[in-house]
Design a protein around this ligand. Sequence first.
Ligand code: K7E
Ligand code: CUA
Length: 653
Amino acid sequence: MKLSFKYITLLTMLAISYGLTSCGGGDSKSGALNSSAAEKVFVAPGEHDEFYAFISGGFSGQLAVYGLPSGRLFKVIPVFSVDGEKAYGFNEETKPMLETSYGSIPWDDSHHPDISQTNGELDGRWVFINANNTPRIARISLSTFETEEIIEIPNSAGNHSSSFVTENTEYVIAGTRFSIPIPQKDISIDEYKGNFKGALSFVSVDPEEGHMEVAFQILMPGFNYDLTHPGRGKSHGWMFFSTYNTEEANTLLEVNASQNDKDFIAAINWKKAEEYIKAGKFKTMPAKYAHNLYDESTHSATSTMMKSVKVLDPSELPGLVYFLPTPKSPHGCDVDPSGEYIVGSGKLAASLTVHSFTKMLKAIEDKKFDGEAYGIPILNFDAVNAGTVVQPGLGPLHTEFDGKGNAYTTFFISSEVVKWQLGTWKVLDRKPTYYSVGHLMIPGGNSRKPFGKYLLAMNKITKDRYLPTGPEVCQSAQLYDITGEKMELLLDFPTIGEPHYAAGCPADLLKPNSKKIYRLEDNNHPYVTKTEKETKVVRKGKDVHIYMTMIRSHFAPDNIEGVKVGDRVYFHVTNLEQDYDVPHGIAVIGANTSELLIMPGQTETFVWEPKQVGVWPFYCTDFCSALHQEMQGYVRVSPRNSNRALKWSLDGE
Ligand code: K7E
Ligand code: CUA
């Protein structure tokens, strides 16, 4: 193994700058604020924040909802990981949401949320987020703030360049980080080069219901696909993916995938792809992947196993894909609000490379190619390059835009956000982040219409910014005011999991549509009970179904007898309340599952398998009224061979 000079230099650079930015133990006042900063983030008690921020939960697999500028946490929406607080993945209704072709999976790693768009502007209907480990995309309703749909991505491994939406939410995108044998097979890892492939998936979104479908996949060379952004405005119809490991190394990538001077940004003409699909120029491949859908009317999810996918081979389909040479293992790949500029953040590059969409089209027309890779034309660098931001910092990762002609790029190694100007490529300002920033987010910064008031930096290292909590410390975000010429740090606040990326929008976009209750008359759950009169307990062999209701402050029924050891007892519980903010919970002793937390008008189910004879209590877990502590009941459990008949009652009736 050779350690190249370049590699050693890089290590030294990393070590020096890491030391520079992270040894600030005694320097925690470096972010000290003046009182005007405090005023800017102060949201008085009872007042509402101006923006919502949906921050990815990283390795928690969830999505967290915060207010900006206050940084207050409102809700953790369970998406890819089970959540005992909300019974997600524990109750019978949501278990199907976590089904995959590998069986039920209780966890994932979520990175990139993106809000749905119409005409390139945020429309506030849904937010999408990717699962990185077992490739999936989830769609979350921005009216209920609940996960409504999860689709697995076949032929993929490490769904990282996801889940970004096109200008009218025609597609939400998934790209494989790891190339793999497609279809999967038992071959030597040494055969990687030339044999492994990377699938880029276009998942269509139904404009009315939001339902997702894997429309088609493009089978690309065996590179690593890192991030992506859709074209917008003039470049609508194109999709740009950053790649690294164009060396196609399969071991010690930190050295072997850092050899090429330039990797690529892959430009995909998806309108062209649609033409090829229409013309039948695709292959249908067998592929097993789950499609899970939650129905708001039945309050229940179903899981369907899909069986095939359409694939396009770019080496046989001219005009579908072009490569734009981009220095040094680009990570972020960001498109400005006009759709003209494509920013590639070469992690190991000294400068930021910006490509021009107009020049790209011209270069394609003039056939300014520098060879090809696996049948895909490589465009000449100078023919597509718009400009370079010279030495703006070390380790660029991601760029967002304020809609006023400025771009903001994060630098991981030099730990800062740098503001620069589109077109002149001049650096205008820089501010340190504490510490080692990854993504940044400007509300709407990923659309044609950014709301350029705040910038949220999401950091990888927290160190001394908060009270210590043992070896594991909280993750961290920082808020900057970007309305002035210079950025101003306003606030630190902790986040859940690792905050890779976030999506933000004005609160006014969502507030009017936020659901307050589920209407009881619209509840079509197969086990709903709409009045106390209809409550009952039914035995079907070893299965006992309890049709139960809850309302302030009792369960009906609350005394149940005739259950036996070895039964499977289904608590189907309907919350009869029809007022805002009156959930009830239920938990029973010894249940191998979580509580249920049931919203007004909703029905949920858990299964209890009593293992011991006795009289066992259940109770409401959410403090719902002055008589919450009175909200309880008992189940009598008789021996396995008992003949005791089922009997249930409330207050003796
Ligand atoms: Cu954390 Cu977008 Cu997964 Cu960069 S990624 S930092
Ligand atoms: Cu119902 Cu507490």
